[in-house]
Design a binder for this molecule. Structure first.
Ligand code: ATP
Length: 496
């Protein structure tokens, strides 16, 4: 029907042109303008289409449902359960219609980068046997008014068309970084393009009904839900919000196990220990650890991935690639004392906590001290926070004790210590008592400096009392470049 209308329109236009030409009108400008309009439309259509990825059809005619299911996602038990419950509205279509429930149109996945939101959306498509279309919010943002809105229309059109082609009743449209496409309206004063794009998305979502042959579900992902326009979040649009958080220890173990599939592990590998050591890692980080470990094994011509490969990979993902920076001898001595300071305080506070100390440059660091992971911890007392400040500042204090002055090597330590001290202040744990966020900046800065200063005195006294140990350890570190936690503790005991 649509095609017939188009053809009738083209036919009438051509007849009109011939008629005008016969009447002696100059039709060249009309033809030129028409050609330009057609060219523009063709280009925009092509660009819009090529910007959206339909999950690969491996072979022509193969399924367009992604080959990812919920068992490929480690941890995230609550998120998976909530998500599946929401998706059951689509699977139980008949029951939902019979009860007169309005269709579920949008689900929003909220969480930090690399936690598996895209995986979840793909698994949703497998679970509901839907066609899967993916786009990112940034693909809709253009300088020209109306282009973003047109792309939104194209995306929905394509989803309906692909589902029909694949003979599916449902299509999932996944929009990553939806905060770029749907920020609060009226905020972008330069032009109204953002608002038009968002309006089009709302119109398309509102246009989804139960009676359509193909039902579309929009899955959005963001880590900045606070930026989204409230209109997107109102009931009837993205009315299910699923939080996808960083995995806990058990989740990390499951993710490691998933990514260890197909990788031969040596008997000395204990993935539970790696899971323990990786608090704060996302799924993407963990995938990278397994991959890097396999690369290390290959580099050393090993047939199996060893515990050593995994430790190397962990340090690489945590701190960055080893670098061929060549500090001078004087700098290396300073770095050795700096890192030894960190490690001595770490051991003093929590015996057995040092995993390794090194004077090898990695990422932004000229040396590093890595601690063993502890059990996941979400709450800290004031004493624990002060101890963390001590570990942060011990490098700079060791330098001061030995060389009489500090260096620029402590910049990121100071940042970290100040962040913890700030936490103490705003948790109401400082001498100021309970404070609000409008605490004058001057008082805040003074309090933070005071907290750090007090800890530095404590560190200085401890290191001064243990000066002999500090020298022996730094000396050994200089010689060996890297010391494992065990070696460090052994030397620490021997030099007591
Ligand atoms: P972003 O917000 O940056 O787009 P995301 O939350 O969508 O990230 P994904 O793209 O789904 O994250 O994950 C990236 C990769 O990390 C995946 O391809 C997978 O290898 C790994 N990964 C992340 N989370 C998990 C998980 N829970 N289980 C298994 N693998 C995971």
């Amino acid at each position: 029907m649509k095609f017939a209308l188009k053809e009738i329109f083209i036919g009438i236009s051509l007849a009109l042109l011939v008629f005008l030409a016969l009447q002696g009108f100059e039709i060249t400008p009309i033809i030129l303008i028409g050609a330009l309009v057609l060219l523009f439309k063709f280009t925009m259509d092509n660009r819009s289409n090529s910007r959206f990825t339909l999950v690969e059809q491996k072979k022509a005619g193969a399924s367009v449902v992604p080959e990812v299911d919920f068992s490929d996602i480690g941890g995230q038990e609550i998120a998976k359960r909530e998500f599946r419950e929401a998706l059951d509205f689509i699977r139980l279509d008949k029951e939902v219609r019979n009860l007169g429930i309005r269709p579920l149109k949008g689900i929003l996945l909220v969480g930090p980068p690399g936690t598996g939101k895209t995986l979840m959306a793909k698994a949703a498509a497998s679970y509901t046997n839907s066609v899967f279309m993916a786009a990112a919010g940034s693909q809709f943002v253009e300088m020209y008014a109306g282009v973003g809105a047109q792309r939104v229309r194209q995306l929905f059109k394509k989803a309906y068309a692909e589902a029909e082609k694949a003979n599916k009743q449902t299509a999932i449209i996944f929009i990553d970084e939806i905060d770029v496409l749907g920020p609060k309206r009226g905020k972008n004063t330069s032009h109204m393009e953002y608002d038009q794009t968002l309006n089009e998305l709302l119109t398309q979502i509102d246009g989804i009904t139960v009676n359509q042959q193909v039902r579309v579900l929009v899955v959005g992902a963001t880590n900045r839900i606070d930026l989204l326009d409230p209109a997107l979040l109102r009931p009837g649009r993205f009315d299910r919000i699923v939080r996808v958080d960083l995995p806990d220890k058990q989740g990390r173990l499951q993710i490691l196990q998933i990514h260890a599939k197909g990788k031969p592990l040596a008997p000395d590998v204990d993935l539970a220990k790696i899971a323990q050591a990786t608090f704060g890692f996302s799924g993407a980080h963990l995938e990278s650890v397994m991959n890097e470990a396999a690369i290390f094994a290959l580099r050393h011509k090993r047939k199996q991935i060893t515990n050593h490969d995994l430790k190397e990979a962990l340090e690489k993902v945590m701190l960055g690639e080893r670098l061929n920076r060549n500090p001078t001898e004087q700098e290396r001595i300073r770095i050795a004392y700096h890192e030894t300071g960190h490690a001595m305080l770490s051991e003093r506070i929590n015996s057995g906590s040092v995993a390794s100390v090194s004077v090898i440059s990695r990422g932004n660091a000229l040396g590093y001290m890595r601690q063993h992971g502890k059990d996941d911890q979400y709450l800290y007392t004031k004493a624990q926070l002060l101890e963390r400040i001590q570990v942060c500042m011990a490098g700079a204090v060791a330098e001061e004790l030995v060389f009489g002055e500090r260096s620029t090597g402590a910049v990121s330590d100071i940042e970290q210590a100040a962040k913890i001290a700030r936490q103490i202040v705003f948790a109401g744990l400082s001498d100021l008592g309970v404070v609000t966020s409008d605490l004058p900046g001057g008082i805040l800065a003074r309090t933070i400096a005071q907290i750090i200063k007090e800890q530095e005195t404590e560190i200085y006294n401890y290191l001064a009392e243990n000066r002999g140990r500090l020298h022996s350890l730094a000396q050994k570190l200089m010689e060996q470049e890297t010391l494992s936690g065990e070696q460090f503790r052994q030397i620490m005991q021997q030099s007591a």
